[in-house]
Ligand binder design. Structure first.
Ligand code: ATP
Ligand code: MG
Length: 307
């Protein structure tokens, strides 16, 4: 039996708070959300008409794995994770719609910036460097090659755009204006710490995390900064197979680059409602699953079997 691709879900047991490009957020109570990840995929800030098989489960299970690994390696790290099991208030019928793709999380005030960390020079950073020798306006050493590591990972925040808008790069000073001086330095420090810890773990498992995006929330009761959202998935990061890594050229990646390349080639970049060919959706699913297996040591089916 083939597993259905799920791009829209309407749960009956809980009120829906909002939908992002990929996720739907339901309210369990005033402090708790059910974070449901669909199989939707977006590229260049536009959602494709069709989804990627099992993507919602892959992203959910991988994020949960990272919360566990990071919690073990970073003493005192706070995350929004509560449980992979939906609360008893969710009906059996709804449970079957969200199997493997839901997470109970703490509902927090979201800092409206994307905390991007780059370990390697690629994508827009490589384009900028070739023109100006800078990345995110920060001067870089001469002689970096495409996909070289930076001397040390760079924090390059951006705004968090509303649905339909594009995120904009901002300086760390502008980020401090948005989130307040009190929190800006802590967010930067935490983002760099989580990235370097994850990059080291991933390298032990055959994957280079070239760059990634984190989101943080504020626990208003304790004034703690909390790691929220999805973390270190192929949607939020560039993952490269370490065994094939070579500087001076593009890398064959485990992430959305596949889809981005196809959209660019077909002249469909940033167009609404594009349908991917079925082979592309399936190939993307296979790539995501391969990254999942390398990072967790389990197949997705094994991970889902343990739920
Ligand atoms: P994309 O990831 O493609 O940029 P998106 O960011 O619009 O899309 P989704 O990932 O689909 O959104 O939805 C997740 C939403 O939930 C984001 O707006 C994120 O900021 C928010 N969010 C994540 N964790 C929490 C939390 N603990 N409390 C409140 N909101 C959260
Ligand atoms: Mg998101």
């Amino acid at each position: 039996m083939s597993i259905p691709v799920v791009t829209t879900i309407e749960l009956q047991s809980l009120p829906k708070l909002t939908s992002g490009k990929v996720r739907d957020l339901y309210e369990i109570d005033d402090k708790t959300l059910l974070f449901v990840t669909t199989d939707r995929i977006s590229a260049y800030d536009v959602i494709m008409a069709n989804g990627v098989p099992q993507k919602g489960a892959i992203l959910t299970q991988l994020t949960a794995h990272w919360f566990k690994v990071l919690g073990e390696r970073i003493p005192g790290l706070k995350t929004h994770f509560i449980s992979l099991t939906p609360p008893p208030s969710v009906s059996d019928e709804d449970k079957s719609l969200i199997r493997g793709r839901s997470m109970q999380v703490r509902k927090l005030k979201v800092f409206p910036i994307e905390a991007i960390v780059r370990g390697y020079i690629t994508g827009s950073a490589w384009n900028e460097y070739q023109k100006t020798g800078t990345v995110h306006g920060i001067p870089q050493p001469a002689g970096l090659q495409q996909c070289s590591p930076f001397p040390k990972p760079l924090y390059t925040p951006s705004t968090k755009a509303e649905l339909g808008d594009h995120d904009e790069n901002i300086s760390p000073e502008k980020a401090a204006e948005i989130v307040g001086d009190k929190y800006a330095a802590r967010i930067e420090e935490l983002a760099l710490k989580v990235y370097s810890t994850a990059a080291e773990y991933a390298r032990e498992h055959g994957i280079i995390i070239a760059d990634t995006k984190f989101e943080f929330g504020l626990d208003e009761e304790t004034d703690d900064i909390v790691l929220i959202d999805e973390v270190l998935t192929p949607d939020s990061s560039r993952f490269w197979p370490a065994s094939e890594y070579e500087v001076g050229r593009d890398q064959d990646s485990f992430d959305k680059q596949f889809l981005r390349n196809w959209l660019t080639k077909e002249g469909l970049k940033a167009k609404d409602g594009v349908e991917m060919p079925q082979e592309l959706a399936e190939a993307s699913s296979a790539r995501y699953k391969e990254a999942f297996k390398l990072l967790t040591g389990k197949t997705l089916e094994e991970a889902l079997g343990e739920l």
